[in-house]
Design a protein around this ligand. Structure first.
Ligand code: ASP
Length: 341
């Protein structure tokens, strides 16, 4: 199992390397205007600071239900080739909170792609109608490919297969920052499908920008972080500790980040069944291993990895701050990219 998932991962990574060789990721470098957002690698700590400061302001706009026209006159197109509810809903809400217009397509794989149109053509068509394009696709590297094809508008990666999900990474970091006031000197736990979970690939990449972070990686052996990711993140200075038993979760971590096993990435249901739900957050586990200030995060949807009676615990932020921060971060990001903030 590990072998065939891994070989796909390596192929995917190789593909990314080819793509990025053609167009290296453009750094934000304090200027978000018209930049594609493809990976957390584009950000520096000061770019994140700028984004999170604006995110706070966006929260005020959204919470006070103040009408805003920051994005008035702009059109953002959502092109989703792979199913989504939270990311899709949160981008749509973010744009509308700021008075912008959205043209949204779900199930793109069933329309133009099914008729045989190339991704490049689809992008060239839709960039003519819009100011920005948000894209989700099941293949690693597709957002980069779209960015290569686009000549007029920025492309935002809303998830490319098992690659990255940068806006989720940003909202995760905003959530940790909001709680702990720092993104360095953290101890965190990532659990579940570390091999295929694109959200945590972005979040860990983001945390690697900061000093002295220690991450415990809890997963079945078959779903460990790929060795390429492991080596890359370690070389960047992250301290990674792989564990396979809940008993090895450190006491008083700053955050736990649980994920679902990514069923859609498995070749057979039987393989999925073998590794799903090995680690579950229960009240008991929280009592034994979590600290008073440990926040419990999850990118959602959860499918059994966190028992629902944990939801009322004030440390459980997945259905509270974390999910709401998704909309605020996307509001801030769009305002900056479209040159309105
Ligand atoms: N919603 C997240 C994603 O699109 C997490 C998940 O699906 O497990 O990657």
């Amino acid at each position: 199992l590990t072998q065939h998932i891994l070989s796909d991962t390596i192929a995917a990574r190789y593909y990314i390397d080819i793509m990025t060789e053609i167009s290296p990721l453009e750094k934000i470098n304090s200027n978000f205007k018209n930049k594609d957002i493809l990976s957390l690698d584009q950000f520096s700590p000061s770019d994140l600071k700028k984004l999170f400061t604006l995110t706070k302001k966006m929260k005020t706009i959204a919470v006070n239900a103040k009408p805003s026209d920051i994005l008035k006159g702009t059109i953002t197109i959502l092109l989703f080739f792979e199913p989504s509810s939270r990311t899709f809903g949160s981008f749509s809400a973010a744009i509308q909170q700021l008075g912008g217009s959205v043209i949204a397509f779900q199930g793109m794989g069933n329309s133009s792609a099914a008729k045989g149109e190339t991704l490049e053509d689809t992008i060239r068509v839709f960039e003519g109608y819009s100011d920005a394009i948000v894209i989700r696709h099941s293949e690693v590297g597709t957002a980069q490919k779209a960015a290569n094809a686009a000549t007029l508008v920025p492309i935002i990666n809303a998830g490319d297969g098992i690659g990255e999900h940068p806006t989720q990474g940003l909202l995760d970091m905003a959530t940790i920052y909001e709680k702990h006031g720092r993104l360095d000197n953290l101890t965190g736990v990532f659990a579940g499908d570390l091999l295929n979970g694109r959200t945590l690939h972005s979040t860990i990449r983001g945390l690697s920008l900061f000093k002295n972070n220690t991450l415990y990686l809890l997963s079945p052996k078959q779903l460990q972080l790929s060795r390429e990711h492991y080596n890359e993140f370690t070389q960047r200075g992250l301290k990674l500790i792989e564990i396979t038993n809940e008993k090895d979760i450190p006491a008083n971590a700053d955050f736990w980040y649980w994920t679902r096993v990514q069923k859609e990435r498995f070749k057979s249901l039987a393989d999925y069944e073998k590794v799903k739900n090995k680690f579950i957050v229960t009240k008991k586990l929280m009592k034994e291993r979590a600290g008073k200030e440990t926040i419990i995060m999850h990118p959602l949807p959860r499918v059994g990895e966190i028992e629902s009676d944990v939801d009322d615990d004030r440390r459980a932020v997945y259905l509270r701050n974390q999910i709401r921060n998704g909309m605020y971060v996307r509001m801030a990001l769009l305002a900056l990219i479209l040159g309105k903030a």
